[in-house]
Design a protein around this ligand. Structure first.
Ligand SMILES: [Zn+2]
Length: 159
């Protein structure tokens, strides 16, 4: 399970399982390979930005489909929030790429850190400017991805 964001972490956790309060951690079971990627990104993020980024749904224990996710069963997919211009964290710090609080430049930097990793296959995020900046081959639109981006490792890293 993803460590639930210790004080010194570069990320905070959000999300729920079946919309029940306080259940986010139950949907944060990650494959060790994904944890490796997240911890590397976190380290590099902390070197360039003092704001925390939000990590939401990964997988549930045992790897079944849940809530609105058709995917998210192998522990190699993670949803993250776009970066905000302020320091807000926690469940209420949601942010869409159309919001005033949205920091596009910082979000591009954060997604780039994920894409720098050869284990990362694809990112889904609907901000066209981000797709343009990072390349439409690896950042694509997908329904529902206005207020979070989805990072997915190549399937071979699920074994
Ligand atoms: Zn996702």
């Amino acid at each position: 399970m993803l460590p639930q964001a210790p004080e010194e972490a570069g990320y905070y956790v959000y999300g729920t399982l079946h919309d029940a309060p306080g259940t986010g951690h139950l949907a944060q079971y990650a494959h060790p390979n994904l944890l490796t990627v997240i911890f590397r990104v976190e380290r590099e993020w902390q070197a360039i930005c003092d704001r925390k980024f939000g990590i939401g749904n990964i997988s549930i224990d045992g790897g079944f489909a849940y809530d609105n996710h058709k995917s998210h069963q192998l522990g190699i997919e993670v949803d993250c929030r776009p970066v905000r211009k302020d320091y807000m964290t926690g469940q209420g710090a949601r942010c869409s790429y159309r919001d005033k609080a949205y920091d596009r430049d910082a979000t591009i930097k954060l997604i780039r850190l994920f894409l720098d990793d050869p284990w990362v296959k694809i990112v889904y995020f609907n901000d066209d400017e981000v797709q343009k900046a990072l390349g439409r081959a690896r950042v694509k639109s997908l329904m529902g991805h206005n207020n979070h981006f989805h990072v997915e490792l190549w399937p071979r890293y699920a074994s």
